[in-house]
Ligand binder design. Structure first.
Ligand code: PYC
Length: 332
């Protein structure tokens, strides 16, 4: 039986995919995007599975639905989907969604060049540049970000003792800097990242807990960020972010860059006004800025911004028919 038909605009943000679903949206219950995210996961997760997993997607696939605004001051709301679930916030996803939606005429900003978006993690402010019909850059003023765990330590089979911090930038990131048992990302292959990240994430989640103080539906370490020396001129640092079951972000990761800036800010290595150019595993760059100091439930925090670009490369229509044994993906 045909379960649904979805029109999608396919794009990538600095190399990482963004599939903006422009039709087939389910009606969601809830007042906020956080509540709507939970409703989507409870009742419509089959849509995410069908559009993100192989054979219609792949390990890195990620996408979004646009919804009407939840708040009076917002232009629209965004629900993020990817192979691991529905992220509270996604930086590369927002840059790709905004680019694809503006170019397709799906968003009409109240203020030219600016958008306010409700996302499950809160609200983000977007500014963008255009050249004719083309959107050339998108900057996101992200949700309040903070250092959640300082100097954690776990024993990782095959690696040994690993010291880390956990920071929040819209998702919780376990951040590993070069140390005795990790020589730095520049000395690792992608296969090393894929091999050790799931282990590190599982072990850290067994020993440490992190829950967002204002929204308990945001909890647990979902992403692992390995850091190192950059290779692209102009970058301040490099990172590889692992997410889902086997994905390495091809972009520098918007929420990961926010988390990294929050960690460096809390450690006194960045201050308000500082710029931080972050490089991905393929050398693409986001420009981050420490916009302001703030607090979250009395804890010191900061507001980061991240800027990057996206390219729209096509459109497709995806039919999901449950007569197809692989309609909702498969495990390899
Ligand atoms: O850009 O925030 C991001 C992101 C999260 C997971 C993959 N990319």
């Amino acid at each position: 039986m045909l379960k649904g038909t979805f029109f999608c605009i396919d794009a990538h943000t600095c190399g990482n995919p963004v599939r903006l679903v422009t039709s087939g949206h389910p009606q969601l219950n809830g007042q906020t995007m956080s509540e709507k995210r939970l409703d989507f996961l409870a009742r419509f997760d089959w849509i995410r599975q069908a559009l993100m997993f192989e054979p219609r997607g792949h390990a890195m696939m990620s996408g979004a639905f646009l919804y009407p605004p939840c708040s009076a001051n917002a232009d629209a709301s965004v629900l993020f989907i990817e192979t691991s679930g529905c992220l509270p916030m996604c930086g590369h996803g927002t840059i790709g969604t905004v680019t694809a939606a503006l170019e397709a005429g799906l968003l009409q900003p109240k203020v030219p060049g600016q958008l306010v978006l409700d996302v499950p993690a809160g609200q983000v402010q977007v500014t963008f540049q255009r050249d004719g019909d083309k959107v050339t850059s998108v900057k996101i003023r992200n949700v309040a970000s903070f250092l959640a765990i300082k100097d954690g330590e776990i024993e990782v089979p095959g690696l040994g003792q690993i010291r880390f911090d956990v920071a929040y930038g819209g998702n919780f990131y376990l951040i590993v800097e070069p140390q005795a048992n990790f020589p730095g990302l520049e000395h690792w292959t992608a296969a090393d990242v894929l091999r050790y990240s799931p282990l590190v994430r599982t072990i850290a989640n067994q020993h440490y807990s992190c829950v967002h103080p204002l929204d308990a539906s945001i909890q647990g370490i979902s992403h692992v960020q390995w850091t190192g020396k950059p290779k692209t001129p102009g970058s301040d640092a490099a990172n590889a972010v692992f997410y889902g079951d086997g994905a390495i972000d091809r972009s520098p990761c918007g929420t990961g860059t926010s988390a990294r800036m929050a960690q460096l800010y809390a450690r006194g290595q960045l201050k308000v006004g500082d710029r931080f150019v972050h490089e991905s595993i393929i050398g693409s760059q986001f420009t981050g800025v420490v916009e302001a100091a703030t607090e979250v439930a009395g804890l010191p925090a900061m507001i980061p911004s991240i800027a990057g670009w996206a390219q729209v490369y096509g459109a497709n229509q995806i039919r999901v028919d449950d007569a197809d044994p692989y309609a909702f993906g498969f495990e390899v």
